[in-house]
Ligand binder design. Structure first.
Ligand SMILES: *Cc1c(COP(=O)(O)O)cnc(C)c1O
Ligand code: SF4
Length: 449
């Protein structure tokens, strides 16, 4: 095929990831280039010696050996910018250090941990796509990141140079989306899509934009947090052509909201791109209601809407980051009612085995009688809500043309209910959802034969 970029062989699809610099980073030279993202990428720190040098710390030979083993399994990569945010005097407690620098604890594999806990590979019709939900897909367009988060859920894939998707693989994904008209939302992720060069990303966005049933495209990126200089005017001008485009960031700690990060975020917001944030709840980093409240308030101040707070999933090598679920609920308890509604993310567990995101909340419904609901608020005030004595229920036969409610769309045939919503639907006679291999049901079928 002819591509807008000419010969695919000659296209650097991924920005130059070069080699790490051997000497100290804070020399006179570096100042000049500090805001040049290509310089940042080329000088990304990839070995322990450089971290020791730059931060002026020294690990014991034992520690050093353990750390080396760790990065042999899960690669190390930190941008000079992100590394510079670490407080060298108290690095062991530093939230940036903990997210960026390996810990030998990553080598511990708990027996319940999984290589692909979300079954992203199983729900994958082609190598770059995970199709889990009815109307949207995850499209993995990059396999590399500016900084490798130690808590990354896709540790198994990210940084694995061999599987950077080439143009042919991307086209497979695009064709899958083109052939499946129920897909109205495409979520570009990776790795980090902003590690692709502008032209390559432009090409992907253009191809997707040309598919008539694709209504919205989203990009999930950590680049504004770990490499804010990548958000150049040229990149923003390119993205602006592809509205409606939503961008989801990953700020995990208020310390990451530097002036450079704020500047990057401002450019995106000024371009009219709606911004969301997906934090991961991380033990020893942000598992504190006060830190979380500060973070979400800083996010909205910078026009970023907190979207998700993820419970750490069951990927291998991240057990030391996991908190009990109770910690997440406690944080939600301390946010809901206490700060602006739009500053509150949804706390979710991505279901092991591929069930998707499951929201969790403190309980507000205390009890329920005929016509009355008893609720409590964030202050502990208990109140009664009176339900209406009369309610003309609309019986739904799924024929929207004759319904007195007006659904002004010609796509109503795509509104088939699935899952628990089925149990509530008038036009569906399902009264029970029973898992396969339910022993009680197996006994019944045996009887029937
Ligand atoms: C998170 C996710 C999505 C998007 O889910 P939303 O709740 O719509 O943000 C889509 N596909 C997969 C596989 C996901 O993990
Ligand atoms: S930016 Fe995202 S994909 Fe990349 S290492 Fe961090 S969490 Fe993983």
């Amino acid at each position: 095929m002819t591509s807008p970029l000419g010969n695919p062989e000659q296209d650097p699809q991924v920005i130059d990831s070069g080699s790490f610099q051997k000497g100290p980073l804070h020399n006179a030279d570096s100042q000049e280039y500090w805001k040049d993202w290509r310089w940042q990428v080329r000088h990304a720190v990839r070995n322990i010696d450089t971290v020791q040098q730059v931060m002026g710390i020294k690990f014991t030979p034992d520690e050093r050996e353990q750390l080396q083993k760790t990065i042999d399994k899960f690669p190390l990569r930190i941008t000079p910018y992100y590394l510079s945010l670490i407080d060298a005097n108290d690095y062991k407690n530093d939230p940036i250090f903990k997210q960026a620098f390996p810990s030998p604890k990553e080598l511990i594999v708990e027996q319940y941990e999984l290589n692909d806990p979300l079954a992203e590979d199983k729900d994958s019709p082609c190598s770059c796509i995970t199709h889990r939900y009815p109307d949207r897909v995850l499209f993995l367009v990059s396999n590399t990141c500016a900084m490798y988060c130690r808590h990354c859920t896709r540790k198994r894939k990210v940084g694995d140079v061999d599987s950077i998707p080439d143009r042919e693989k991307i086209l497979e994904g695009i064709n899958y989306i083109r052939k499946n008209p129920q897909i109205r939302d495409v979520l570009l992720s990776g790795g980090d899509p902003f590690m692709l060069n502008d032209d390559y990303l432009d090409w992907i966005l253009t191809e997707l934009g040309a598919i008539s049933h694709v209504e919205v495209i989203r990009i999930g990126t950590r680049v504004p947090v770990v490499l804010p200089f990548r958000i150049t005017d040229e990149l923003v001008a390119m993205l602006k052509k592809h509205q409606p485009l939503w961008i989801n960031l990953q700020f995990n700690h208020p310390k990451e909201m530097t002036l450079s990060a704020q500047n990057a975020v401002r450019k995106l917001a000024d371009a009219g791109i709606p911004l969301g944030n997906q934090s991961v709840l991380l033990a020893g980093i942000n598992d504190c209601p006060i830190i979380m409240k500060t973070l979400v308030q800083q996010l909205v101040k910078n026009r970023i809407r907190p979207y998700y707070l993820y419970q750490c999933d069951l990927s291998e090598g991240i057990s030391h980051f996991r908190t009990p679920v109770s910690k997440g609920i406690e944080i939600m308890e301390c946010l809901i009612g206490h700060t602006s509604g739009f500053a509150i993310p949804r706390y979710v567990i991505d279901a092991p085995g591929g069930g998707g995101k499951i929201p969790l909340n403190p309980n507000y419904l205390l009890t329920w009688g005929v016509g009355k609901v008893v609720l409590r608020n964030y202050e502990g005030v208990i109140c009664t809500y009176q339900e209406p004595a009369h309610y003309d229920r609309i019986i739904c036969d799924e024929n929207c043309d004759t319904c007195k409610l007006v659904l002004d769309t010609d796509r109503a045939d795509e509104s088939k209910v699935v899952g628990v919503a089925k149990l509530l639907a008038d036009y569906d006679e399902t009264t029970t959802l029973t898992p396969q291999n339910n022993e009680r049901m197996d006994r019944r079928y045996d009887d029937a034969v």
